[in-house]
Design a protein around this ligand. Structure first.
Ligand code: 13P
Length: 252
C-alpha cells in the first residue's frame, strides 16, 4: 500500500525563531491529534538542525527544499545532501519549478542531486509539472513525461522506491488557481502509467504521487478523494499550523 503524505514546503519564508515556533506548534497539535497520513515539513537549510530535535519523528518528518549537485568541496554557498542528512532530516525536495526556472536547474543537474540524495539515504520528493502555455497547447503529458525521463529513468527499481512524486502544475502554484480534482486525477493516472511502463506495475502501485498548487483546507478533501492523488505538497497553506492541519485532516 502506498503512503498518503502531506508535505509542507516553506520556501523562503520564516526566520529561524518563527520557524521554530511553527515547528513546535505543529508538533504539539499533531501529537495530540495524530494524523492519518505521513506528514513532512520541508524548511530552509538553516532551520533544519534546530527543528529536527523539536519534532516527534513518528508524527512529523523533516526535509530540505534543495541540495547541491556535488558531494563536497569548493562550492561556496552550497549545501550537500550529506550535510542535510547530518541535521536529522530524512527528505529533500528536488526539481521544484521555482528551482528549475529561477535557478536554471536542468534535468542533468537534477539527476546528480537525486543520486547524491539517495546515496545519503534521503527520500526525494521530486516535482514535475507544466507551465500554462504548455497546458494550453495540450502538451502537459509530454512535458511531464520528459521531466520524469530526464531525471529518473536511469535509477534502479530499488532507488526509485525512495522517490515520492509531486505533480505541481506551475500555473496553480501560489496563484490561488487550483487544478480541478479531475485535472489532477487525469495527470496522476497518466504519471502512474509512465512509471508502470518504465519500472513495472508494483513500482507504479507503490509510488506516492502528491498534488501541489494552491491546495488548501477547502479543496484538499476533494483532491485527495481521487484514487491516484496520494496527498499534497503545500506551499502557502503550510505556513500556518491551522491551515496545514486542515489539509492533513482531509485524510480523516
Ligand atoms: P502553493 O501551495 O503556495 O500554491 O505552493 C505550492 C508549491 O509550490 C509547493 O511546493
Amino acid at each position: 500500500m502506498r503512503k498518503k503524505i502531506v508535505a509542507g514546503n516553506w520556501k523562503m519564508n520564516k526566520n529561524l525563531q518563527e520557524g521554530i515556533e511553527l515547528a513546535k506548534e505543529l508538533n504539539t497539535v499533531l501529537s495530540a491529534d495524530r494524523p492519518n497520513c505521513d506528514v513532512v515539513i520541508c524548511t530552509p537549510f538553516i532551520h533544519l538542525a534546530s527543528v529536527a530535535p523539536l519534532l516527534d519523528a513518528s508524527v512529523i518528518g523533516l526535509g530540505a527544499e534543495n541540495c547541491a549537485d556535488k558531494a563536497s568541496g569548493a562550492y561556496t554557498g552550497e549545501v550537500s545532501a550529506e550535510m542535510v542528512k547530518s541535521t536529522g532530516a530524512q527528505y529533500v525536495i528536488l526539481g521544484h519549478s521555482e528551482r528549475r526556472s529561477y535557478y536554471h536547474e536542468t534535468p542533468e543537474i537534477l539527476k546528480e542531486k537525486i543520486k547524491l540524495a539517495l546515496a545519503n539515504n534521503l527520500k526525494v520528493i521530486f516535482c514535475i509539472g507544466e507551465v500554462l502555455e504548455e497546458r494550453e497547447a495540450g502538451k502537459q503529458n509530454e512535458v511531464v513525461k520528459g521531466q520524469l525521463e530526464g531525471s529518473l529513468f536511469d535509477l534502479s527499481a530499488e532507488q526509485f522506491s525512495q522517490i515520492i512524486l509531486a505533480y505541481e502544475p506551475v500555473w496553480a502554484i501560489g496563484t490561488g488557481k487550483t487544478a480541478t480534482a479531475e485535472q489532477a486525477e487525469e495527470m496522476h493516472a497518466y504519471i502512474r502509467g509512465v512509471i508502470a511502463e518504465k519500472f513495472g506495475a508494483d513500482a507504479a502501485e507503490n509510488v506516492s504521487i502528491l498534488y501541489g498548487g494552491s491546495c488548501k483546507p477547502s479543496n484538499a478533501k476533494e483532491l485527495f478523494a481521487k484514487p491516484d492523488v496520494d496527498g499534497g505538497l503545500i506551499g502557502g497553506a503550510a505556513l500556518k499550523a491551522a491551515d496545514f492541519k486542515g489539509i492533513i485532516d482531509a485524510w480523516k
